[in-house]
Design a binder for this molecule. Structure first.
Ligand SMILES: NC(=O)C1=CN([C@@H]2O[C@H](COP(=O)(O)OP(=O)(O)OC[C@H]3O[C@@H](n4cnc5c(N)ncnc54)[C@H](OP(=O)(O)O)[C@@H]3O)[C@@H](O)[C@H]2O)C=CC1
Ligand SMILES: O=C(CO)COP(=O)(O)O
Length: 319
């Protein structure tokens, strides 16, 4: 069996590699050669996924040429890095089915991962793997369900069969736009929910924000042509429910810090911050009051009390 390739030895890339290496060969590329060598020697990735052991079938690689012998390649780098990574390694990636594992909207263009892939590698078979999944849970072999979205139904079926594992149950979709937007926008709402809890506004306020945040996700996604059932699925509702209620979520933790008026380590990957700015700044004619408040909190132009008053003072309307 040709190995599955994983580009990006971060938390998610490593967790997916571990899960898939339990049923076949996987090559995990790390951009830092020393990082790859350390993983090969110690059989762990403590910096990104502490406590997880790398199965024997997982081969860390420092040279991206090692991906040449792989079949599908999973792209597990942050959304705002995706374009550069694809451009840097275009020749190595050409000809392989590419599975974007990142969640977000590109700040400069307002595009999602699959549109970025199409621009850098036109004609590539591309899919998206997204949904409610903490890297730590996947690495521990806990049951996880994800959406595998691919515009090409046959390619999607093949990738679903190839990438599903004993604990990773993949559901197919051809609504790539809806899957992209669900995974990206839930991070913005998770920041908002963390801020509400961090400010001590309570679980009822969080439930209201999750619900109205889901409405905001739907408004934007449907306006851009997504299917409602996609937003109601794993990539939308499922991931929203997970990310808005767990301190394992970095987006939620950033929100907690904002609500508490505390700082947050900028080195930690938090996709929702850039996505909020990308979406709020775009001209799509859709009302996104929660997203706008998140941007204000991130930029320091809006206080928690100001954000709360802004949302509570909105004109009364039908649900
Ligand atoms: N963590 C999780 O539980 C989940 C994450 N995701 C998504 O996965 C994506 C990746 O996040 P995650 O793995 O968690 O983030 P991490 O911060 O753990 O890892 C990011 C990885 O990307 C690599 N990277 C960053 N920039 C570049 C670059 N220019 N070239 C090559 N590699 C680069 C980093 O390399 P280096 O180590 O050398 O810095 C690192 O290995 C995000 O979009 C996230 O939303 C989805 C579901 C769950
Ligand atoms: O996407 C995730 C869960 O589905 C991971 O969440 P964070 O990026 O907020 O850590």
């Amino acid at each position: 069996m040709t190995p599955v390739g994983v580009l990006g030895a971060g938390a998610f890339g490593t967790a997916l590699a571990i899960s898939m290496a339990r049923q076949g060969p996987v090559t995990l590329w790390a951009r830092d050669a020393g990082h790859a060598r350390d993983m090969a020697r110690t059989r762990e990735n403590p910096a990104r996924l502490p406590g997880a052991r790398l199965p024997d079938a997982l081969t860390p690689a420092a040279d991206i040429a090692a991906l040449a012998g792989c079949g599908p390649i999973l792209l597990a780098v942050p959304m705002q890095r995706l374009r550069q990574v694809l451009a840097d390694h275009r020749d190595r990636l050409a000809g392989h089915p590419l599975v974007a594992c990142c969640k977000g909207i590109e700040l400069q263009t307002g595009l999602g991962p699959l549109a970025v892939i199409a621009q850098v590698l036109p004609g590539a078979t591309a899919a998206l793997l997204t949904g409610p999944s903490f890297a730590a849970d996947i690495a521990r072999g806990l049951p996880t369900a994800l959406t595998l979205a691919c515009a090409d139904a046959d390619a999607g079926r093949a990738l679903q069969a190839r990438l599903s594992t004993a604990n990773l149950r993949l559901y197919r979709s051809t609504d790539t736009l809806g899957a992209e937007l669900g995974g990206a926008l839930k991070n913005v709402i998770a920041i908002a929910c963390g801020a509400v809890i961090g400010a001590g506004l309570g679980d009822s306020a969080r439930a209201a924000l999750m619900t109205r945040g889901y409405a905001e996700m739907q408004r934007l996604a449907l306006a851009r042509g997504a299917r409602p059932e996609t937003l109601a699925g794993l990539s939308g509702f499922g991931d929203l429910a997970l990310t808005c209620t767990s301190e394992l979520s970095r987006n939620y933790r950033l929100g907690l810090a904002l609500g508490r008026g505390e700082g947050f380590d900028p080195a930690i990957t938090v996709e929702g911050a850039a996505t909020a700015r990308a979406v709020a700044g775009a001209d799509h004619g859709v009302d996104l009051p929660i997203t706008d408040c998140v941007v204000g909190l991130l930029d320091g132009t809006l206080s928690m009390s100001g954000a709360t008053e802004t949302l509570l003072a909105r004109p009364l309307k039908e649900e």
